[in-house]
Every structure is written in structure tokens, then in C-alpha cells.
Ligand binder design. Structure first.
Ligand code: ADP
Ligand code: MG
Length: 239
């Protein structure tokens, strides 16, 4: 299987006190895989995910996104690739403005794909249903939604926009334990549907729910392991 994200010799340095360098010699991320990126605070998790999300430009090294070499793309092509390819869920507001979920997604689809109102509504409702947001919340302003419901809206965007890469930074800490499990279940399903899914997290007890666990330490990959994830909340296959 071809990786959707390929990193070679990527480095980024911040001249603080002490200075910080993220250095990723080699990393490949695959469709169908749910990857956990962990590590202590300040280890470079957000720096890495922002580079992968094309939020920041790689200062040194190479990055390929969906087979395109990012370093050699002009800005507008890079923006197009991001718009068509990546759902980035930032820490905090999850990138959601305070509007009803259907409207947020309709606007996104209109801005990036010129999708009309009726089709936008259909796809928004489809995406939100896939993310198991209760239908009575489809038209409720984001500010009035619970943390778990907001996470579902962010995941619903990924389904509706069909962007094959989904990158979420610290989406889990704001949620209670039960909701956290539900949201990881959803990310598992998203990965099983063929998306490349990467979650920055601080929940060591949830690591066994991921296909792959990458641990950062002081800007470097300390370990990178694959597992058969524990599956929760779905019927077991009958023999
Ligand atoms: P994590 O997400 O693992 O907590 P970050 O990637 O946010 O870590 O930060 C790693 C290091 O880089 C920290 O020391 C942080 O202060 C520094 N850093 C992050 N972003 C910037 C920036 N834009 N300018 C200067 N320093 C930064
Ligand atoms: Mg961070």
C-alpha cells in the first residue's frame, strides 16, 4: 500500500531558550491506519502535526502529501492540496466556528468544491450521521454542543469533505473517559473506511486502541510500533 504522507529528513528549529529542534529522518503514514502520536509536553507533537497538515512550511527536508512533493509546490497549489486532501483538527476550538454543524460543512464544501446548497446539505447530513452526531443537533450552534458532540462535528467534516487525511491535535483531553472511548471508536471507523488518521494524544491507557503508536521525545521519534488494536463498541465477528 502506498503511504499518503511521507517524511524524509524533516527538521524545524525554534530559537528559544533552550532552542528546540524537531528532527524526523523518516516517517510514512498509511491509509487505513489509526496512528497515535504521543510524548511529553514540548516534545514536538504539535510542530509535527502542523507540518503534516501543511499549516506550516517545512524549513528543511522533504514532505510528500498524496504523492505530491510539497517543497516544490507553489503556495496556491499547496493550499489546493490541503483543501482537497486534509482535515486538520487543531487543539482548542477544533477549527469550528460558532455556527450550526450543517452550515459549517456546507460552507466548507461550497468554498473548496463549489458544492451547491442542496448537495452541501445532503453531504453535511451524511457526514454528521457517519460521525454519529444526534440528528437533533445538526442545526444547533456549535457553542451549545458538548465536547463530544463538537468532536463528532469535526469528524463529520472529514467524512463529508472526503479528504483522505485527518489530523487531530489533542482532541481527547477535553472529554470524559467514556466519551473519549467513543471518539476513538469513531476515529477507528474513519481509518477502517480508508482514511489516514493521526491523533496527537496524552492518553497512554488508550494506546492499545490504535494501529500504530509513535512516541516523540525532545523532537525525535523515540519509538514507532504497530499493534492489532482492541476494538470496542462493535459486534465481534461470528465464527
Ligand atoms: P508539544 O505539542 O509536544 O507539546 P510543541 O510542538 O508545541 O510540543 O513545541 C515543541 C517546542 O517548540 C516547545 O519548546 C515550544 O516552546 C517550541 N515552539 C513551538 N512552536 C513554536 C513557535 N512557533 N515559535 C517558537 N517556539 C515554538
Ligand atoms: Mg501540542
Amino acid at each position: 500500500m502506498r503511504p499518503t504522507l511521507v517524511v524524509r529528513g524533516l527538521t524545524q528549529t525554534f530559537g528559544g531558550n533552550p532552542p528546540f529542534t524537531l528532527s524526523i529522518p523518516w516517517l510514512e503514514l498509511f491509509p487505513g491506519e489509526l496512528t497515535y502520536i504521543g510524548g511529553p509536553s514540548g516534545s514536538g507533537k504539535s510542530t509535527l502535526i502542523k507540518l503534516l497538515a501543511l499549516e506550516t512550511r517545512p524549513p528543511a527536508g522533504d514532505l510528500w502529501t498524496l504523492d505530491r512533493h510539497i517543497n516544490s509546490l507553489p503556495d496556491h497549489q499547496r493550499d489546493d492540496l490541503r483543501g482537497g486532501g486534509i482535515t486538520y483538527i487543531p487543539q482548542g476550538d477544533l477549527g469550528l466556528v460558532d455556527q450550526p454543524p450543517v452550515e459549517i460543512i456546507r460552507r466548507l464544501l461550497f468554498d473548496y468544491e463549489g458544492v451547491d446548497f442542496a448537495e452541501g446539505t445532503r453531504r453535511a447530513e451524511y457526514g454528521l450521521a457517519r460521525a454519529k452526531l444526534p440528528p437533533e443537533r445538526f442545526y444547533t450552534r456549535v457553542k451549545l454542543l458538548s465536547g463530544g458532540e463538537k468532536a463528532r462535528v469535526a469528524i463529520g467534516k472529514a467524512y463529508a469533505a472526503e479528504r483522505p487525511i485527518c489530523l487531530a491535535d489533542e482532541i481527547l483531553p477535553a472529554l470524559d473517559e467514556e466519551t473519549r472511548m467513543d471518539i476513538v471508536d469513531l476515529f477507528q471507523e474513519l481509518a477502517e473506511d480508508g482514511f489516514t488518521v493521526v491523533i496527537v494524544a496524552h492518553q497512554p491507557n488508550l494506546r492499545n486502541r490504535f494501529h500504530r503508536v509513535v512516541e516523540l521525545d525532545r523532537g525525535q521519534i523515540r519509538s514507532d510500533q504497530r499493534y492489532a488494536p482492541v476494538v470496542r463498541g462493535r459486534p465481534q465477528a461470528t465464527p
